[in-house]
Design a binder for this molecule. Structure first.
Ligand code: ZN
Ligand code: ZN
Length: 370
């Protein structure tokens, strides 16, 4: 059966339109999800310019409508959260446990005539197959995805809270608990208190870190940071690129030495290596915001024995991490509803992207069918 639905289609040259798309039934290892909520990340704005038409969106949650004959573990009617790193479970990296580095991550409905899959209809727009952002494309009433892209979620979690867990929460929280593995009593600095940064703060609070120092240029963002776990806040001046005053303030809060960990979550290339200035000798700096632009760094910033990593997707292992995130949420330890500053309908996506770029929202979420 082929269903039609509305989707946000990026044109590849910086713009998008809301279009009618057609979505086929799932084949053997696929799941068709009725999307209920889709969160927005800066990556969605970037995806407008990826030089090809694309069903936008990579954060989402919804209800399973149909499953392929080879799918076990999820059935129609189940509530699920979607993940954009879709591990195969069998390749070299998956076998090592580094599932975010899966070497064979692929979309639903790759036609494999040799395997008799030529019946597949997949997702089509204007009669032709169209890609889904990160192989899930959640800014669409229906998402046809591989079964490894969905994880069942408790009914008590609202869809907008679940949707943002799919990327922003997972990336921030996971970078702390899975990648840095921050321990009780260790010190943490978070540079940038947007959707990802606030979840780094929450991960640090849940790990028992102290102090937890939030740095931002925007006093309103620091106010939010305080309510979500920051013990100390520092207002940075925009013109102080090397953040001399901030470095001094951090030293004063960490025994003169610098923090054990510093996380960058600003998406600003000029700040990519600044966390190295915040950590002590031998400390760990993490660049979490996925900066792709060329940057230069004075090599002495790495002295002495400072380490620098750019973790992907908070080391997400869906079956381990989403249940853990929802457990913390239901216990009142991880705040998700507070991060959803505003919800929009799909036809308000332009406004939602604009609000994201101006920093008006911690997270904006598109809700469907209301
Ligand atoms: Zn994202
Ligand atoms: Zn794999």
């Amino acid at each position: 059966m082929i269903a039609s639905t509305l989707a946000a289609i990026a044109d590849g040259d910086g713009a998008f339109t809301i279009e009618k798309i057609a979505v086929g039934s799932p084949s053997s290892d696929e799941v068709l999800v009725e999307v209920k909520a889709a969160g927005l990340c800066h990556t969605d704005h970037a995806s407008l310019s990826w030089k090809r038409p694309l069903v936008m969106g990579h954060e989402g949650a919804g209800v399973v409508r149909e499953v392929g004959p080879g799918v076990i573990g999820v059935t129609p009617g189940d509530r699920v959260v979607l993940n954009w790193c879709i591990p195969c479970g069998a390749c070299f990296q998956c076998q090592r446990g580094d599932t975010v580095l899966c070497e064979t991550s692929r979309p639903a409905h790759v036609l494999e005539p040799s395997r008799g899959h030529a019946h597949a209809e997949g997702t089509t727009w204007r009669g032709r197959p169209v890609d889904r952002s990160f192989n899930i494309g959640t800014l669409s009433g229906l998402a046809l995805v591989r079964k490894e892209a969905v994880t069942p979620m408790p009914a008590a979690v609202p869809f907008p809270a679940a949707a943002i867990s799919g990327c922003g929460v997972m990336t921030g929280f996971g970078s702390v608990v899975n990648v840095a593995q921050v321990q009780r009593g260790e010190s943490v600095v978070v540079l940038g208190c947007g959707g990802v940064g606030l979840n780094i703060l929450q991960g640090a609070r849940l790990s028992g870190a102290a102090p937890i120092i939030a740095v931002d240029t925007n006093p309103a963002a620091l106010e939010r940071a305080r309510t979500l776990g920051a013990s100390d806040t520092i207002v940075a001046r925009r013109d102080d690129v090397e953040m001399r005053e901030v470095v001094e303030a951090i030293r004063a809060l960490t025994g003169g030495r610098g923090a054990d960990y510093a996380f960058e979550a600003t998406s600003l290339a000029a700040l990519a290596f600044v966390p190295l200035l915040f950590v002590r000798d031998g400390g760990l700096a993490l660049q979490v915001s996925g900066i792709n632009d060329p940057v230069t760094v004075p090599m002495p910033w790495f002295m002495w024995n400072k380490r620098y990593v750019t973790p992907l997707y908070g080391g997400c292992l869906p079956a381990r991490d989403f249940p853990r995130i929802f457990r913390h949420y239901l216990a009142g330890e991880l705040r998700l509803d507070e991060l959803v500053t505003r919800t929009y309908r799909l036809d308000q996506l332009g406004q939602a992207l604009e609000d994201m770029l101006t920093g008006a929202n911690a997270k904006g979420v598109i809700v469907f069918g209301e």
